[in-house]
Each structure stands twice: as structure tokens, then as C-alpha cells.
Ligand binder design. Structure first.
Ligand code: BJW
Ligand code: ZN
Length: 237
């Protein structure tokens, strides 16, 4: 299977579903989670990205999110994000499922986006559960809800928490009904997102993977291309 063939499959496909992970935003300068430069090398996931961690020490968790918001606020979508916008404009049926919380796909102009793990630019009240947009950088280390005074938390899915059911269902529908699935910059280690590729394959989709390095999903893809998202994704058009 060649890049040329993948390109012609993508060009003629009626339905395309994309799955992205931190690797696509790495090319915009946002750190990934795993790997040598990944966030989890310096921070323990269980200290920061779990509801228990937030209960134990909300200031510490907010400190980490403030730091990440500061980084993300200065970053722009890259060539890969922009190429996906062009792909959406050309395809009849197009859905973009992302594990990223940085909002760069929206900023680039993608329209049909399913954000599986939430949005770093939203906060949720732990008492009244209201979700609101919030772009303050930095936020106070113990931000409170304007409506009820409850403690605010990032509107992000932490380990052990359920994903939004509607978003997850729509994502599964999108992978089950696509002809081509393109998986970009994810280690494929986190569930339930890791089940999307097998679901696409089980329904006969042609799967293309773009990743800097091989992943455990690479052998199951029809084509796995090793390279930077910003260099490779534009070549798929
Ligand atoms: C490039 C590149 C370049 C670099 N170009 N490529 C079934 C089995 C086992 C465990 C579980 C299971 N079901 C549920 C679990 C538990 C858990 C889980 O999956 N654990 C695994 C780690 C084993 N899942 C959950 O808890 C989920 N909830 C859930 O399932 O609820 C029901 C339930 C609960 C409990 C038990 C059972 C069921 C929730 C998961 C939420 C994940 N949230 C996070 C953190 C949020 C914090 C935040 O962002 O602020 O979301 S984890 C973190 O990983 C983040 C990411 O979205 C996610 C995925 O990471 P991603 O995007 O793949 O990044 P990396 O860093 O891993 O990979 C980057 C890739 O890019 C690499 O491959 C590089 O090579 C590549 N790359 N530069 C192209 N330039
Ligand atoms: Zn509230």
C-alpha cells in the first residue's frame, strides 16, 4: 500500500473519519503525554489527571492546568490541522474525533468535531455542574462558580471518569460508517478511544495511520506512515 493509493482512496471516499491525538498538536509546540518529551515523564498522571487528585489538592491540579493553558494560549494550528479543514470541505461525510483538549481543530476551522476528552477552555462547576467557556490565563488557583459559588474544575475527562455518552456514541457511529479512517498522532493506549480503530476495521474501513513512530496499531493499519503530522497530513490530500 502506497501513499499514492491512500491519497486516491481519500479523494474518492464518500465518508471519512479522522482520529487525532496529542501528536498532531506536537507540531504546534504543545507537549504530548507519553514518550521522551511527554508530560507524564515529569508529572504522575494519578497526581493530576484523576478526580481523586482534584479532591486531594485542587490547587495543585489547577496550577498544572494553568501552566498548560498558558502554553496552549500561545499556539496556533499547524499545516496538519489546516489540511484536515480542506479534507472536510471536499468530503461528503466527514467527522473529526479528537482526544485533544487544546481547541486547535476548532481554531483551524474544522466543523464536525467530537472532543472525546473535553476542552481545556471550559470549566465545570463541581456543585451545579454548569459548563462555561473560560479563557482566563491564569485562572485563580481555587476558581468559583458565579452562579452557585461551587468550586470549578477543568471540563476535562480524567482517568476513571466516563466520557460524554453522546459524544462517544457519535464517534463510534462515525468510525463504523466511514470508508476511510485516518489516525493521526495518537499512541492508541487510552480507552475507550483505543476501541475506535478496531470498530472501523470491523466495518471494513480502510485505515491509514500517521505517527512519528510505529504504534501497536500500526500492524493493523492498511498503511502506516512514520513522519511528522504537519509534513504527512497535507500529502494525503
Ligand atoms: C507524533 C508527533 C508528530 C508525537 N507527528 N505524531 C480498558 C482497558 C484498560 C484500561 C481501561 C479500559 N477502559 C478504561 C480504562 C482506564 C483508562 C485507560 O484507558 N487507561 C489506559 C492508560 C490503560 N481510561 C479511562 O479512565 C477513561 N474513562 C473510562 O473509560 O471510563 C469508564 C471506565 C472507567 C474506569 C475503568 C473502566 C471504565 C478516561 C480516559 C481519559 C483520558 N484523559 C487524558 C488526560 C486528560 C488530561 C488533560 O489533557 O488535561 O487524555 S489521558 C491523556 O491520554 C489525554 C489524551 O487525550 C490521551 C491520549 O493520549 P494521546 O493523544 O494518544 O497522546 P500520547 O502522548 O500518548 O501519544 C502521542 C503520539 O503522537 C505518540 O504515538 C507519538 O509517537 C506521536 N507523535 N509527535 C505525528 N509531530
Ligand atoms: Zn455552580
Amino acid at each position: 500500500m502506497s501513499l499514492l493509493e491512500a491519497r486516491s482512496r481519500i479523494a474518492s471516499a464518500q465518508a471519512i473519519t479522522i482520529l487525532t491525538g496529542a501528536g498532531i498538536s506536537a507540531d504546534s509546540g504543545i507537549p504530548t503525554f507519553r514518550g521522551t518529551e511527554g508530560l507524564w515523564r515529569n508529572y504522575r498522571a494519578e497526581d493530576l489527571a484523576t478526580p481523586e487528585a482534584f479532591e486531594r489538592n485542587p490547587q495543585r491540579v489547577w496550577e498544572w492546568y494553568n501552566w498548560r493553558r498558558e502554553i496552549i494560549a500561545t499556539k496556533q494550528p499547524n499545516e496538519a490541522h489546516h489540511a484536515l479543514v480542506r479534507m472536510e470541505e471536499r468530503a461528503k461525510n466527514f467527522h473529526l474525533v479528537t482526544q485533544n483538549v487544546d481547541g486547535l481543530h476548532r481554531l483551524a476551522g474544522s466543523r464536525s468535531i467530537y472532543e472525546l476528552h473535553g476542552d481545556i477552555w471550559k470549566v465545570r462547576c463541581t456543585s451545579c455542574l454548569q459548563v462555561t467557556d473560560n479563557h482566563e490565563v491564569p485562572l485563580s488557583l481555587l476558581p468559583h462558580c458565579h452562579t452557585c459559588g461551587g468550586l470549578l474544575r477543568p471540563h476535562i475527562v480524567w482517568f476513571g471518569e466516563s466520557l460524554d455518552e453522546q459524544t462517544l456514541n457519535k464517534s463510534f457511529q462515525a468510525v463504523k460508517s466511514c470508508e476511510v479512517m485516518v489516525i493521526i498522532g495518537t499512541s492508541g493506549l487510552v480507552y475507550p478511544a483505543a476501541m475506535l480503530m478496531p470498530a472501523a476495521k470491523a466495518n471494513g474501513a480502510f485505515v491509514v495511520e500517521v505517527n512519528l513512530d510505529p504504534t501497536h496499531s500500526s500492524p493493523s493499519a492498511a498503511l502506516s506512515i512514520n513522519g511528522r503530522a504537519r509534513d504527512i497530513v497535507p500529502l494525503l490530500l
